[in-house]
Unconditional design. Structure first.
Length: 397
């Protein structure tokens, strides 16, 4: 595979039927919705699905990351577990964020010194940072003693603002640890402007999933029976009305293969490997909300991919006009027809000179036009996806 200019994208289009479910709720504890094409649709936020995909990839790769503001507290916990005095461990934790840059990371002192920004780090940086503290323990003990002495010394004259603590740990080494990446950081990106060169542009873009038809939240009145009720007394321990949604979702994501390769320092083979793993996870994984009471473990009915140069193309426009159910019921067949027609229109309007490859796999018994090569299953589809992603510009398969 060669580098592509300006970019190469792998687009994923999925039609996914859901029974009664509650994959994503808003602040009012109701299922998320959006108004599209003049009707209310069920919505699952991209953040919800993206987290589920990220956790799956980390398990597959055995390479875990953490989004956290608790880094100084976790470092202190690890040092206390190693036998450090409580005050010294806490001081070392604060020194990690103080020494990360020349000015130190911003913290929230009224919240035990957690970082103001959420950090996205490999989980094993905790070991590296505690080892660094251990290596510099004498310097930390000396700095803590000076700070304690300054705080307990009698005040002379007007009380001045507490001076900013001096960095004790070597800033280049702390920053180097914080800049480290995992595969999922290279895929999903990282916003960390405070540490030079720690920001990572995400290669994955994921859209909120939405039903291709009108779908409003539906009430579900339920009661929990009191098993230890008093004699001759029937009653419930709990009464409530929950809400769920049903419908056929359109799910879309795109991977900027050029950006991913850049994040991997030009490792094209690793980029293709991660593309295949992402495809498998995005197709397979579902958010886990309310799974014990809804068990919405359905599988996508259709998966379509395209490899395009220059820019990605979503097919969400296929469903701006809500799909009407078939005469005998069901939205799947009409949705497949709408997707096929939209793909045909885009191919006619855009042409195919930037379409490198495309294909699909489906439970549908009949071939689907305008979606490229029909694959017998998802393994074949993912294999073709990664092969097409490595083809030269202008090749249509």
């Amino acid at each position: 595979m060669t580098a592509y200019a300006p970019a190469r994208y792998a687009d994923f289009h999925i039609l996914h039927p859901l029974p009664a479910s509650l994959l994503n709720r808003g602040e009012d504890d109701l299922p998320k919705t959006l108004n599209l094409g003049g009707v209310v649709r069920a919505l699952v936020s991209s953040q919800s699905w993206k987290r589920a995909v990220r956790l799956r990839l980390e398990d597959v790769l055995d390479e875990h990351a953490a989004r956290t503001r608790m880094l100084p507290l976790r470092v202190a916990d690890a040092l206390r577990a190693a036998g450090w005095p409580t005050d010294l461990a806490a001081f070392a934790g604060t020194q990690i964020v103080r020494s990360a840059t020349t000015e130190g990371l911003k913290t929230e002192e009224n919240q035990r010194g957690i970082t103001s920004a959420t950090l996205y780090l490999p989980r094993d940086v905790l070991d590296d940072l505690t080892d660094l503290c251990t290596e510099h323990r004498p310097h930390l003990e000396e700095a803590l003693a000076k700070e304690t002495a300054a705080q307990t010394a009698p005040a002379k004259g007007p009380r001045k603002k507490k001076p900013k603590a001096e960095a004790v740990l070597p800033t280049p080494r702390v920053a180097s640890v914080i800049r480290r990446r995992t595969a999922t950081i290279n895929l999903f990106g990282r916003m960390l402007a405070e540490v030079p060169d720690a920001h990572v542009d995400g290669a994955v873009q994921m859209a909120p999933a939405f039903t291709v038809h009108a779908s409003s939240p539906q009430p579900d009145y339920f009661t929990a029976v009191e098993d230890w009720a008093a004699p001759n007394e029937a009653g419930s321990a709990h009464l409530q009305t929950a809400f769920f949604t049903t419908g056929l979702l359109y799910r879309y994501a795109t991977v900027n293969l050029t950006e991913l390769t850049r994040n991997l320092n030009g490792d094209h083979e690793q980029a293709l490997h991660l593309l295949g793993l992402f495809a498998d996870a995005f197709i397979d994984v579902m958010p886990g909300a309310k799974k014990t009471s809804t068990a919405p473990h359905t599988y996508p009915h259709l998966v379509h991919y395209t490899i395009r140069d220059r820019r990605p193309v979503s097919y969400a426009g296929a469903f701006e006009q809500p799909v009407k159910h078939a005469p005998g019921g069901g939205y799947t067949d009409p949705a497949i027809a709408a997707l096929s027609q939209h793909a045909a229109g885009l191919n006619r309007m855009l042409g195919t000179r930037r379409l490198v490859g495309c294909g699909y796999a489906t439970l549908h018994p009949d071939p689907v036009d305008h979606l490229g090569t029909a694959h017998s299953g998802l393994d074949d589809l993912i294999d073709a996806l990664t092969k097409n992603a490595a083809l030269p510009t202008g090749t249509l398969v």
